[in-house]
Design a protein around this ligand. Structure first.
Ligand SMILES: [Zn+2]
Length: 222
């Protein structure tokens, strides 16, 4: 059994804790930079929570091949309310302090009054500042693709081979202030946006992506 440590990394607008699960690497693992996986930054994509809860369950049975942080639900208030945005009606995936924040504003997308002014965004930013992950997987719905930014092209290809979803660099529309814009495009980290074709809680969402997600944390698929 692996060691599993749960930590509160921040609180939502409504004061709910945002929880992370931390796993140290297996004793035999080669030194590799940490991985961070987070989901449900959009509250109306509950399949993403299921996928990372299932991955965390597997990591309890067998430790990952690198230090791994999992945040199954970033937008806790939104998930409970069934809304994409947080309780301030901000789209958290437009709230990051990329150079493009607040530009190309499309109707229906609220990036916040200032970049990173939302507590959920701040919790993720602080975690990244402290943990310094090189590989970051963010799980969304419902495009069925492995979208990559920064230096993640090779990883996207490897994940694509394992889940059958196409690997793409372009979402097909501008995403100012998105996580991928800040940490992938600007900081050149290995950033993957895994888009599940499912939306609601559905085991198929996990089963289809299981080996791709295990690959990200260097856990062999048996
Ligand atoms: Zn989303």
């Amino acid at each position: 059994m692996s060691e599993r440590r749960e930590l509160v990394i921040g609180h939502t607008v409504l004061g709910r804790p945002i929880e992370a699960v931390w796993f140290p690497p297996a004793g035999y693992a080669k030194p590799r930079p940490p991985a961070l996986l987070f989901a449900a930054i959009h509250g109306d994509e509950p399949v993403s929570q299921l996928m990372l809860e299932r991955l965390a369950d597997e990591l309890i049975e067998r430790p990952p091949g690198r230090e791994t942080w999992i945040v199954p639900v970033v937008n806790v208030d939104g998930l409970l309310a069934g809304t994409r945005n947080n309780a301030n009606d901000v789209d958290l995936n437009r709230n990051f302090a990329s150079a493009t924040w607040g530009t190309q504003r499309r109707p229906g997308y609220n990036p916040g009054a200032a970049a990173e002014d939302q507590p959920e965004t701040q919790a993720i930013v602080k975690l990244i500042d402290e943990v310094k992950p090189h590989r970051i997987i963010t799980v969304h719905a419902t495009y069925r693709m492995v979208n990559w930014d920064g230096c993640a092209e090779q990883l996207a290809k490897e994940m694509s081979e394992r889940c059958g979803y196409p690997s793409q660099n372009d979402m097909g529309y501008p995403t100012p202030g998105s996580f991928g814009a800040k940490y992938g495009v600007e900081q050149n980290l290995e950033v993957i946006t895994l888009e599940s074709p499912y939306l609601m809680v559905d085991e198929a969402g996990w089963l289809e992506t299981r080996s791709a997600l295990r690959w990200c944390v260097d856990l062999p698929t048996d």
